[in-house]
Design a protein around this ligand. Sequence first.
Ligand SMILES: C[S@@+](CC[C@H](N)C(=O)[O-])C[C@H]1O[C@@H](n2cnc3c(N)ncnc32)[C@H](O)[C@@H]1O
Length: 224
Amino acid sequence: MYPTNWKSFSLKFSTFYFNLNPNCGLYLPHLLYNTIYTFIKLFLCIICHFDLEFIKISVKTMTKIEFKPIGTIHSPFKDLDGMPIQPVGARGIKGEIKLNKKYKDGLKDLEGFSHIILIYFFHLSSGYSLEVKPFLDTEKRGIFATRAPKRPNPIGVSVVRLEKIEGTKIYISDVDIVDDTPLLDIKPYIPNFDKHDDDDIKIGWFENKHHKAVEKKSDRRFLD
Ligand SMILES: C[S@@+](CC[C@H](N)C(=O)[O-])C[C@H]1O[C@@H](n2cnc3c(N)ncnc32)[C@H](O)[C@@H]1O
């Protein structure tokens, strides 16, 4: 129907500019259709500028946040059952962080700190209850008054000892984290920032129980 050279031009043009499947069949109508379609898209992009602004505003109110792990935490703990429940119960237990190589420069100056705060994803947790029986209690407590791993946003925080850094490997101890846990962030631990010496510090239901975290091991209560 079309001269061969025109047909092949139309085919090449539509394939190159519109990333079309060259086996579509109708060449000239196809080309026209896609030209019009592209202009309409361009036009919509311009008039939708206000919509883009709206999207930016929606992002500020954030209904969904996406994080990418910066590395992986390794520890001797392969099972969630029977492991320490806080760093205080994991004294001397060694682990290591394998940081994604692209973040290597971010480790500059970190070796000057004896302790670091690890923020990580409780990747083996699923679902949550707003009231749970924590490891250190027999009574139900509101999830936000506990350190339980099964929470609406399953994020864990542990202050661990920094042993040494070699390249992108960070050697740590006092690890209460299961092997292969995705790491979200590292921050230096600065007691002057994080510790409060105020006389009126209250530790709620942990008052007569926190010391048990030295001996207490996890069990299966958060595994279902
Ligand atoms: C009570 S949480 C406390 C963790 C952290 N220190 C905190 O306060 O956020 C520690 C327990 O979480 C569980 N756990 C550790 N790593 C986990 C992971 N990656 N996914 C799910 N559960 C994890 C283990 O049972 C461990 O004993």
